[in-house]
Design a binder for this molecule. Sequence first.
Ligand code: CTP
Ligand code: MG
Length: 260
Amino acid sequence: MIEETGARCAVIIVAAGSGQRLGHGMPKARVPLGGAPMLAHAVRGVVNAGLASQICIAVPAGDEELVELCHQLAEESGAGREVRWDVVDGGADRAASVRTALAVVMPGISSVLVHDAARPLTPAGVFDRVAAALRDGAKAVVPALAVVDTIKSVVPAELPATGAGVEKVAGTPARNRLRAVQTPQGFQLETLRRAHAHAGTLDADAAAGITDDAMLVEAIGEDVYVVQGSTHSLKITTPMDLLLAEAMLQGPLRPRWVEG
Ligand code: CTP
Ligand code: MG
């Protein structure tokens, strides 16, 4: 169901990464999870959330298999009448992939959610909370969890006796003020476009340090609001993460919207 308040939302799914750390020798979006490619879960989760007027998916350039999968998923969802689907070639890094998808956002869209295909099990409630904060006037919103580990910043160092290269602690931010940030991240379209235009002016080092869209919005001085994320929204990066996601699909943590 498309929201009827007049504020129309596009969801960008970035799926153009190569999946180096997972090490399956194929783009992560194609890696099977519970018998289906990871991207299929991510897309079904977006469809299930029911707030997109447009779904834009960035896949690795020239990946016909993923393009075909997207077309199948569009058909499965009964697309065409209510939701516009676009599949675009991603870029060299995540931010570039977001930009290629942003370029095809259709007229009339006022807000955008950017979601990682690498978070295939994100529950609808997270999409709802992000969209609700946008409706309540936020220009940028991230879902997040409190962190359980104590986090320290480090600098390169040498051990006193041997000179062996190690790291040493530079500081310990107060844990109760730290959050682990997830996707979908939500933005007013105009804000995200401005943030990415700013990103285009960064040098290579700074550009390499961009790990999410919200930090670009922070860089242009806009407030980024925080809503509750979900432990189900884990990012699949390493083989251990994939094992955990497989276990979730087989047990009581299986998302209700997963078929079968
Ligand atoms: N992504 C993208 N385009 C890129 C790089 C990343 O669309 N050029 C997407 C990934 O597909 C993923 C999300 O951004 O959904 C987060 O990236 P990450 O988890 O790092 O995925 P990969 O880059 O595929 O993994 P790795 O860094 O291990 O190669
Ligand atoms: Mg990556």
